[in-house]
Design a protein around this ligand. Structure first.
Ligand SMILES: Nc1ncnc2c1ncn2[C@@H]1O[C@H](COP(=O)(O)OP(=O)(O)OP(=O)(O)O)[C@@H](O)[C@H]1O
Ligand SMILES: [Mg+2]
Length: 471
């Protein structure tokens, strides 16, 4: 554990000075103040782990300082210093939140022993927190399943970059491709793995809340800011901050984030102090950030700061050979979870899974398998346990595994106008249908058999529609 930060609040110059000198010589980082007010101000900036507080201070009394500092930080260790014999004052101080007390005059050895004990206590607390965290998310690269050359190469590269200390990493990929998993694995593979992994979903909070979560705020920064709050960048000190759905943050927050990336300092809302932070930032989005930059929705400078190292996770349909492997893995997992006896999948299930286009990627596959394992009564997973739409779509939507169609454009669902912004005057359904048919016809070079198959309609229906829409 690194050396403690200590604050001394003591008006008697000689005691303050000698304590400061002594503790600094022992390697502690020491700040000192001669009044309660000054002490509180220093506390808010430096957030020391231990504060020595004298009982008799010029204006604000020791007990009030204790109450105040406790209200700012629950976990801080407060050492109350009082003249020999005033037991009652000491008891009151403990009631107010002091953890230790020491009689004046004191010997430095006494203080040293006390600080050693405090250090041990704090490191045990940290260890417990760490263990708790590890129990929750022990994702490492060993948990990332995949045998395709593509994913293997990405894992190898990610491991390498995980070893760098502070390189910013941008994870791109459709929903459910494993961005969360990679962010965790990178942290756990890095030298920061004993420090916090802090994650925030940038789309889940309104902008002011997001900023106060990220940067923290001083007491009184806004109406509800009754206490000083450390932001996630500070909380993650030494560790990793995972900014999920980074594509959703607004311009004002983008500027602040740029500041953090460029200077590695944060400023709490309503604060003036620049607080240095030692963190790695991993950001993720399923949006096309480059496009957002072109559309002036995302700052170009921030984009380049984030993509120092960019990892694009492929959609599942582009790593078809991993589908059966992942399916078997999830079967094993849910089999155990639900105490079932499903061992494997049969050929027709394999074919269906491989031919389906998995818009929800691995998450969708996982959910499908979970459901199937629950439903299955046999040892081998049967097609009947799969959702009907997967069976029918996988028959109508050949994947690249088929090699059936030359132009792979057809397979990318996202390229079809599925996300349509409806103009105020409305939009007729047949217009959309016409657009889709037109696009698929182009992609198949006017092959009506393939087009009808891809669209799940008969050739007669297609012919009828082509005529109707004059395609
Ligand atoms: N390679 C993999 N091996 C095993 N499980 C995986 C793998 N990739 C993803 N998963 C599982 O798939 C699910 C989705 O993964 P994850 O949450 O990491 O995706 P994501 O890219 O962050 O998605 P979103 O964009 O929706 O946040 C999780 O349950 C995860 O455990
Ligand atoms: Mg995610």
């Amino acid at each position: 554990m690194k050396q403690l930060k200590i604050l001394i609040i003591e008006d008697e110059k000689l005691i303050r000075w000698s304590l400061e000198k002594h503790l600094s010589a022992k390697g502690y980082t020491v700040f000192s103040a001669e009044s309660g007010e000054e002490g509180i101000a220093l506390f808010e900036v430096h957030n020391p782990e231990v504060v020595f507080i004298d009982n008799k201070l010029p204006q604000m009394q020791g007990i009030d300082v204790i109450l105040k500092i406790k209200s700012l930080d629950e976990e801080v260790i407060l050492v109350f210093m009082t003249a020999y014999g005033s037991i009652e004052t000491a008891v009151n101080a403990m009631k107010a939140g002091a953890t230790e007390y020491i009689n004046k005059p004191f010997a430095f050895e006494e203080i040293e022993v006390m600080l050693e004990n405090i250090k041990n206590k704090l490191s045990i607390i940290k260890e417990i927190q760490l263990l708790r965290r590890q129990q929750k998310d022990v994702v490492t690269f060993d948990h990332i399943i995949g045998e395709s050359a593509l994913i293997k190469q990405i894992i190898q590269l990610s491991k390498k970059i995980a070893k760098t200390k502070s390189t910013t990493i941008l994870l791109l990929g459709e929903s459910g491709t494993g961005k969360d998993m990679f962010a965790h694995a990178i942290h756990n593979e890095s030298t920061r793995n004993e420090k916090p992994f802090v994650t925030i979903n940038c789309s889940s909070l309104p902008e002011t809340l997001l900023e106060s979560e990220l940067f923290g705020h001083e007491k009184g920064a806004f109406t509800d800011a009754r206490q000083l709050k450390k932001g996630l960048f500070e909380i993650a000190e030494g560790g990793t901050v995972f900014l999920d759905e980074i594509g959703e943050i607004n311009m004002a927050t983008q500027i602040k984030l740029l500041g953090v990336l460029e200077n590695r300092i944060v400023r709490r809302l309503g604060g003036t102090a620049n607080i240095p932070v030692d963190i790695r930032i991993v950001a993720a989005t399923n949006r096309d950030l480059k496009k957002a930059v072109d559309e002036k929705l995302f700052r170009e400078d921030l984009y380049y700061r984030l993509k120092v190292f960019q990892i694009t996770l492929p959609p599942l349909r582009e790593r078809v050979e991993d589908i059966p492997i992942l399916a078997e893995y999830f079967i094993g997992y849910y089999n155990h979870q639900f105490q079932k006896n499903v061992k494997s999948i049969n050929d027709s299930v394999r074919r269906i899974l491989v031919h389906y286009n998995w818009p929800g990627n691995i998450r969708e596959l996982r959910n499908v398998i979970e459901r199937a394992v629950i439903l299955e009564n046999m040892n081998i997973l049967q097609a009947e346990s799969l959702p009907g739409e997967i069976i029918s779509i996988s028959q109508n939507f050949p994947t690249p595994a088929d090699g059936a169609v030359k132009n792979p454009k057809v397979f990318k669902k996202s390229e079809l106008p599925f996300e349509i912004s409806i103009p105020p005057e409305g939009l007729k359904l047949y217009e959309i249908e016409k657009l889709i048919i037109k696009q698929v016809l182009e992609a198949t070079e006017n092959n009506q058999t393939r087009t009808s198959k891809l669209l799940g309609i008969t050739r007669d229906t297609l012919r009828y529609k082509v005529k109707k829409y004059r395609l």
